[in-house]
Structure formats: structure tokens, C-alpha cells
Design a protein around this ligand. Structure first.
Ligand SMILES: O=C(CNCCc1c[nH]c2ccccc12)Nc1scc(-c2ccccc2)c1C(=O)NCc1ccccc1
Length: 330
């Protein structure tokens, strides 16, 4: 079997939302597919009313296939301080033509203000490794883990785009979605992430800098978070760029367009190039002359995060069979 669905960007490509069908008759929620976590949680009829602002709610009592996992709970918090928690049901979940008949659907009873204010986001669908799942007393499998045995090929692909809809596909690699070759690199799943190592980077037309960058492919994080040495080298090339402590990040003049940023993939010289305009993440004020940088530091995290700013420059294969990542330009 195969499947897939569109991934539509919110403002500034801060996140990408994908329609996911849950229950019988189907209830369609727009979820943030997140390779950096492993819980499928949704806004629901159980979410406290004061914490809901416009989201579509999954109501298990309206689904003939919903089964409550009595005594099961979940609770998750993310590095930005956001969090959610609740109870667990099993129900039928589909992404396009791909259906998992008994998927753990974690219904939120509480969500933090970041999620309440994100009115188009009805929840997250985690595609990290199972060890990250927070359900107690027994961890639950991700949609991909449940689907994998039936897939034509044990893969899913992320084809996110700048400012326009892209796609997530399951079970096959669309040869029309990328250019050149796909370069596969090994993944360390010991922390539950799609964790890989880039051999280095280049700034604009500059020479390639060989430096090991270990990080995760994370569709659930907006920005490209890199070691401070790389970040200061990049912004050091841009007159007027500076670290702004009030914004808690590097800001830069929105024009002229900043230099491209390339990160290496594999040891054959392959690289993914981010056009400089991707680094103009969002204007910081009303004048529109200063932009918040799409590349920021990863200090305190312990690894780099190749978030949407990086992923939208590539076609990425998440191979659950060989536990590898494939990167291609497009
Ligand atoms: O959690 C995920 C993926 N799911 C995000 C879901 C989500 C969390 N708010 C959301 C808001 C809307 C939609 C989805 C999400 N990735 C990882 S791995 C390590 C860290 C981390 C650890 C310590 C410190 C920093 C990061 C994060 C992290 O917190 N990213 C989000 C972020 C990273 C930086 C800044 C903001 C957010």
C-alpha cells in the first residue's frame, strides 16, 4: 500500500499542516506532521474549552470505531516550553489512501497557550522513533510504525516547499519530486530522532568548510538550528546582521538578499543549498527592513536541528527499513 497528502504552509512557513482522517465516519483534522516527536495528539471534545480557539475537535463519541484505552494517559513538553496532555483512544487513521485501523489517538485534555493560539493546528502526528512516545503505562506506536509492514517500501518522504503546498508520501519515492541523485546517510536512532551527521557547510560562493554537524531532520521545528561557530560565520558575512537579545536571535537586513547557505550530505561532495531568501524568515517589525534569521544557534540543545527552513530546500526520504535518511535537491 501507499498513501500521502498535501502539506500546506502557515505564515512564514512556521509549520506545515496536512489533512488527516480519524474515525468512522471520518473526522478530518489538519495536523502538523512532526518527525521530531512520536505522539499523535489532537484537539478533542475533551480539551478544556478555555484552551480551544478555532481548532477542529476530534470527538471519539461520534466515532463507531473509537475504543478508549482505559487508564492510559500521555503528557508531552517541547523545547520551546509548549506542552499538552490527556487520554488515549484507538481509532482508524488515514493519510490519503493509507489507512491504519488501530492507531493510538491521544486526545488532549490540556494544551499550552502556544497551541491554543495556533488556531489552524488541530494537533501533531509524530513520525519520530517509538522510544519518544509518551503514553503511559505502555508506549504506543507511530502511524508510520503501524503502517510500515503494509507499505510497498518502508519509507515516507517529505517534500516541503517555500510558501506553497508540498507533500508527504508513504510507501514510495516519487521520481518526479527531485532532481539528480538521492544521497543516503546513516541514522542514529538511539535518542529517538532521525539523527544524522553532515560533513560541513559553505556560505554563498565560498569554499566548503569541513566540520562535523550532528543533528536531526525535524519537520516539527520551523528553523535551522546550527552550532554557534557556523551561525556566526554565516551572519559575519552580512553587513548589518547582529544578535538581538530582545528578539533572542540573529536579525539581518531583509535586503539585499543574504548569501545562500549549503550543508553537506555524505562523503561524495553532495550538498543541499538554501537560497538566501530562506534566511529572511520573517520581518521583525512593521517597517519590514529587518528580518529574523531562519538560521539560529543550537546552544543548549546538544545537537543541530534541520527544521523546515532546511527541509524545504530538499526532497527527504525517511527510510524506516534501513534507518537511513536520503537527501536530494529539487
Ligand atoms: O520538539 C521537537 C519537534 N516537535 C515540535 C512540536 C512543537 C513545539 N511547539 C510547537 C508549536 C507549533 C507547532 C508545533 C510545535 N523538536 C525538538 S528536538 C529538540 C528540541 C529542543 C530542545 C531544547 C530546546 C530547544 C529545542 C525540539 C523542539 O523543541 N523543537 C521545537 C522548537 C524549537 C525551537 C524553538 C521553538 C520550537
Amino acid at each position: 500500500s501507499t498513501g500521502g497528502a498535501v502539506a500546506t504552509p502557515e505564515d512564514h512557513d512556521v509549520e506545515y499542516l496536512t489533512p488527516v482522517s480519524i474515525g468512522t465516519p471520518e473526522q478530518i483534522l489538519n495536523l502538523d506532521i512532526d518527525t521530531g516527536s512520536s505522539d499523535l495528539w489532537v484537539f478533542s471534545s475533551e480539551t478544556s474549552r478555555s484552551e480551544v480557539k478555532g481548532q477542529t475537535l476530534y470527538d471519539p463519541s461520534n466515532s463507531s470505531t473509537a475504543q478508549k484505552l482505559e487508564g492510559y494517559t500521555w503528557s508531552i513538553s517541547y523545547g520551546d516550553g509548549s506542552s499538552s496532555a490527556g487520554e488515549v483512544y484507538l481509532d482508524t487513521v488515514s493519510i490519503g489512501a493509507l489507512t491504519v485501523s488501530s492507531q493510538a489517538v491521544e486526545v488532549a485534555q490540556k494544551v499550552s497557550s502556544e497551541f491554543t493560539s495556533d488556531s489552524n493546528n488541530d494537533g501533531l502526528l509524530g513520525l519520530g522513533f517509538g522510544s519518544l512516545n509518551t503514553v503511559q503505562p505502555n508506549a504506543q506506536k507511530t502511524f508510520f510504525d503501524n503502517a510500515m509492514p503494509a507499505l510497498d517500501s518502508p519509507v515516507f518522504t517529505a517534500d516541503l516547499k517555500a510558501g506553497i503546498p508540498g507533500r508527504y508520501n508513504f510507501g514510495y519515492i516519487d521520481p518526479n519530486a527531485y532532481t539528480g541523485n538521492i544521497t543516503y546517510v546513516s541514522v542514529d536512532d538511539s535518542q529517538g530522532f532521525w539523527d544524522w551527521t553532515s560533513p560541513g557547510y559553505a556560505i554563498g560562493s565560498g569554499s566548503f568548510e569541513n566540520t562535523t554537524i550532528k543533528g536531526i531532520a525535524d519537520t516539527g521545528t520551523s528553523l535551522l538550528l546550527l552550532p554557534s561557530s557556523v551561525v556566526s560565520a554565516y551572519y559575519g558575512k552580512i553587513s548589518g546582521a547582529k544578535y538581538d537579545s530582545t528578539q533572542a536571535g540573529y536579525v539581518l537586513p531583509c535586503s539585499p538578499t543574504p548569501p545562500d547557505f549549503a550543508f553537506g550530505v555524505g562523503d561524495d561532495g553532495a550538498a543541499i543549498v538554501l537560497p538566501g531568501k530562506y534566511i529572511n524568515y520573517a520581518p521583525t517589525g512593521s517597517s519590514g527592513t529587518t528580518c529574523f534569521g531562519g538560521i539560529q544557534g543550537d546552544s543548549g540543545i546538544g545537537f543541530a536541528i534541520f527544521g523546515d527552513v532546511a527541509l524545504k530546500a530538499a526532497f527527504v526520504v525517511f527510510d524506516g527499513g534501513s534507518k537511513t535518511l536520503g537527501w536530494a535537491s529539487k
